[in-house]
Structures are given as C-alpha cells and as structure tokens.
Design a protein around this ligand. Structure first.
Ligand SMILES: Nc1nc2c(ncn2[C@@H]2O[C@H](COP(=O)(O)OP(=O)(O)OP(=O)(O)O)[C@@H](O)[C@H]2O)c(=O)[nH]1
Ligand SMILES: [Mg+2]
Length: 299
C-alpha cells in the first residue's frame, strides 16, 4: 500500500487547516479568518483502501513577536523535515509576492519532494491560475501546482491522487479508526480558542490560552462536564472578553458549547473562568503549563 507523511506548510491564513479537514473528512484542526490560528503540529490521518496519508498541519509562517510565536515558527520548520512530501499551501487570491517565492524556495531546498496546493480558487478569477503557475515556473518553482478550493471541495480528489502518486509504498502508520494524534481534550480547548478567534478582534484572541481543568463524561449519560480557564495576558483584555454585563462572554461560551457538542456528539455542560497571566506568551514556565512545548523536546 501507499503510505507516508505529508507536511502541510505555508503562510499564516493560507488555508492549510481547512484543506486538511476537507482531505481527512473530519475536523482535526480549528480554522479562523485570523493568521496564527494553528499553534501546534497536528497529525490528520486519511485512511483508504490501499492507502494512508498522514497530514502534518503546521503553524503558518508569520512575523514572530514573542516566545510563543518563535516556538510556532520552529515547529513549522521542524515539522517539514522528517516527511515524505511537502505540500505547500498558497492562497491564490492573494497573488504571488517575492516573499512567497522565497519561502517556496526555502522549502524546496529541504530536498524533499514538494507540491503546491494553490487554494481559495473560488474567490478569484479562474484565468489568473495559469498565469500564476507560469510565474512560479519561471521563478524556478518547477513542482506540480494543483489549484483547489477547500471551501467548495473543488479538485480535492485530484490533489489526493497527486499526493498518493508521490508517496512511497509502505505499511499502515496508524490504525484505521485514528484520524488525529490529538486527544478529545486538546480539541475541546482548541474549539474554545476557535470561537474566541472568531468573536474578538486584534490582539485579544492571540493572547489567549485555554486550559482544561475538567473533562468528564457523566456516568450512563451522553453528557460531558467541562471546566476550563481562559487565560489572557492583560487586565483590560479580561474586561473585553467579558464585555458589557458579561454579554460577549456569554455569547462566546454558548457558541463554544455548540461547537463542542457537535464535535463530541453529546451534550456539554460548560463552565469557564477568565484569568490574567501577564505576558504569558513570553514566559517559558507558563508556555509549558499551557501545553506549548518545543517540538524537538516533545518528539
Ligand atoms: N474562500 C475560501 N476561503 C478559504 C478556503 N480555505 C480556507 N479558507 C478561509 O481562509 C481562512 C484561513 O483558513 P485556515 O485553514 O485557518 O488557514 P491556515 O493556513 O491553517 O492558518 P494558520 O493556522 O493561521 O496558519 C479561513 O477564514 C478559512 O475559512 C477556500 O478554499 N476558499
Ligand atoms: Mg491552521
């Protein structure tokens, strides 16, 4: 059978996690319109008759501003090294800049087979696609460029077939029923963060971490009790998170509870506390406490 690891890399907000969710057919990573949504390396496993692709979702490339984003950039780089294929995701509707080309060249120089998923074709003129493919080729990026729309499901089967062509023959890497290397508890914290990313602006969501204190299924019931802390980095952020008379928080928690219920296919009883930990994104001990550890130390 064909099997192997495919690292999914590219700039922040390009559409990497959305594409993996569509390819795997399940939500393995959260998605938002804001850059730096994915903070960890997350495996998404697609198993089919005679084939298994292990997608490695990575934090998008973005300017580093603190110890957390430094760590995310290291994770993005390390994750793309020990794999069979690099799938570089490019947001087609943004055009192609010098920076895009130099980043693609950097990954190409890793010496691992590379392919480009040119995504978001649903929100751009079709005729731009061949022109951009030519531009890339002329710039020395001579790998396959597969135009796709993760949102509309366009060309996804073709992309999958192209990936499989490039993967080696090998044994199954994960059991058939495994779709991710992350736990349900991890996903619950991520869903909370996703709804905060969707609901609040500017630095607020980027300065939030979610810590699950309790994740328990009630005996004999399809109901989970979930208690969590929403950690923010400044007292005024806490005030914004709560909002006037607690309205913003109430709405966000209700939104998060619905997302958790869909994911768990069960009822959820959610309790959340907001805590301030000054500048936690620059404090090694707090990063560790909130689950952000350097990949090289955790592999
Ligand atoms: N129109 C359109 N939007 C898309 C498509 N794929 C992703 N998006 C949107 O692009 C935004 C970013 O998507 P993500 O999947 O979170 O992007 P990412 O590359 O994982 O981002 P980071 O984790 O921050 O690096 C979201 O608002 C998605 O809904 C697509 O095919 N078409
Ligand atoms: Mg992502």
């Amino acid at each position: 059978m064909k099997s192997g690891y495919t690292a999914v890399v590219g700039r922040a907000n390009a559409g990497k996690s959305t594409l993996i969710n569509v390819l795997v057919g399940e939500k393995i990573a959260i998605v938002s319109p804001k850059p730096q949504t994915t903070r960890d390396r997350i495996l998404g496993v697609l198993t089919e008759e005679g084939a298994q692709i292990v997608f490695v979702d990575t934090p998008g490339i973005y300017r580093s501003a603190n110890a957390l984003s430094d760590m995310m950039m290291r994770t993005a780089e390390t994750s793309a090294k020990d794999v069979d294929l690099v799938l570089y995701v490019h947001d087609g509707h943004k055009g192609i800049s010098e920076e895009d080309i130099s980043l693609m060249k950097k990954y190409k120089n890793f010496g691992i087979p590379m392919m480009i998923a040119y995504t978001k074709t649903d929100i751009m003129p079709e005729e731009k696609i061949p022109a951009d493919a030519k531009l890339l080729f002329e710039a020395g990026i001579d790998c396959d460029v597969c135009p796709v729309s993760a949102r509309k499901g366009k060309n996804i089967a073709k992309l999958k077939a192209l990936i499989l062509e490039r993967l080696p023959e090998g044994d199954k890497l994960f059991p058939d029923d495994v779709v991710s290397d992350k736990s349900e508890k991890f996903m619950i914290a991520e869903i909370m963060r996703e709804k905060i990313l969707l609901k609040y602006d500017k630095e607020i969501p980027h300065g939030v971490a979610v810590l699950i204190n309790k994740f328990e299924k009630r005996e004999g019931k399809n109901l989970y009790d979930i208690d969590l802390d929403i950690i923010c980095e400044k007292p005024n952020h806490k005030a914004i998170l709560i909002g006037k008379q607690g309205k913003a928080l109430k709405e966000t928690l209700s939104f998060a509870r619905q997302g958790m219920e869909e994911f768990l296919e069960a009822k959820v009883f959610l309790t959340a506390y907001i805590k301030v930990r000054d500048d936690w994104r620059d404090k090694a001990n707090l990063l560790k406490e909130y689950g952000y550890e350097d990949l090289k130390d955790s592999l």
